[in-house]
Design a protein around this ligand. Structure first.
Ligand SMILES: Nc1ncnc2c1ncn2[C@@H]1O[C@H](COP(=O)(O)OP(=O)(O)O)[C@@H](O)[C@H]1O
Ligand SMILES: [Mg+2]
Length: 223
């Protein structure tokens, strides 16, 4: 990461990705320009096949563009070796897979992020699907509040209330790009009671663990 905090986390210029050759050639990402600042929470929406997954795969260094520039923390990724890509992936980028959608969250320290993610998934199994999405979103919001950049794909418009910016894609291009005003986001945050309701069961679950600790203490007292 660069020391300069004003350097965008992601800067794309004319990013293009094609699949197939000859008559079968298909432009999946068509000359995309996009800047994502450090600490943004981006929701990407758009119809199936518009290029969302392809874009995330490139941003997450799982795939490479055919043309254009992708600067990550101010440095073009094209000049970096495959080994350097792997290292950035493991140290700076986290991935959450949900219903075949890929959600990279940038600059997350893996050992902090992964337990949160897995606890999110444990909740998922106990809760209804719509609620589970919000549980995962609460985990992502916590990660975001710690200063990480989040980019997620969703088909669920209600989940965009967690985002600071909503981007819609269509046919390999960015269609709309809307910053969510802070006030609107605050109202949405206040309306969601899920933050408290998801955290309470976790605390309750931890309580029984305290009992064995007391036993250990007693044992040492007996000595
Ligand atoms: N590996 C691939 N080979 C050929 N075509 C692909 C490949 N991956 C994706 N595509 C095509 O690229 C387009 C965009 O796909 P994708 O990025 O998965 O869209 P979305 O995630 O928005 O549904 C689709 O037409 C899809 O069929
Ligand atoms: Mg997809």
């Amino acid at each position: 990461m660069t020391a300069d905090p004003t350097t965008p986390t992601i800067a794309l210029h004319g990013l293009t990705k094609r699949y197939g050759v000859g008559d079968a050639e298909h432009t999946v990402l068509d000359n995309i320009d996009l800047t994502i600042e450090k600490g943004e929470f981006i929701a990407i929406m758009g119809p199936s096949g518009c290029g969302k997954t392809t874009l995330l795969n490139i941003l997450g260094l799982l795939d490479r563009a055919d043309e254009g520039i992708y600067k990550l923390d101010g440095k073009s990724v094209k000049s970096l070796s495959g080994g350097r890509h792997s290292r950035i992936r493991s140290e700076q980028i986290g991935f959450v897979f949900q219903n075949f959608n890929l959600i990279p969250r940038m600059n997350v320290i893996e050992n902090v992020a992964l337990p949160l993610t897995y606890s999110g998934y444990r909740h998922t199994k106990r809760l209804q699907l719509a609620r589970a999405s919000h549980v995962i979103m609460e985990e992502l919001s916590d990660i975001h509040k710690r200063g990480n950049t989040i980019i997620m794909v969703t088909h669920n418009p209600s989940l965009t209330t967690y985002a600071s910016r909503v981007i819609t894609m269509n046919d390999g291009r960015i269609d709309t790009d809307t910053k969510v005003p802070r006030e609107a986001k605050k109202i949405a945050d206040d309306k969601r009671p899920l933050s408290a309701s998801t955290k309470k069961p976790a605390k309750k679950a931890k309580k029984p663990k305290k009992a064995p600790k007391k036993k250990t203490a007693k044992k040492s007292e007996d000595k």
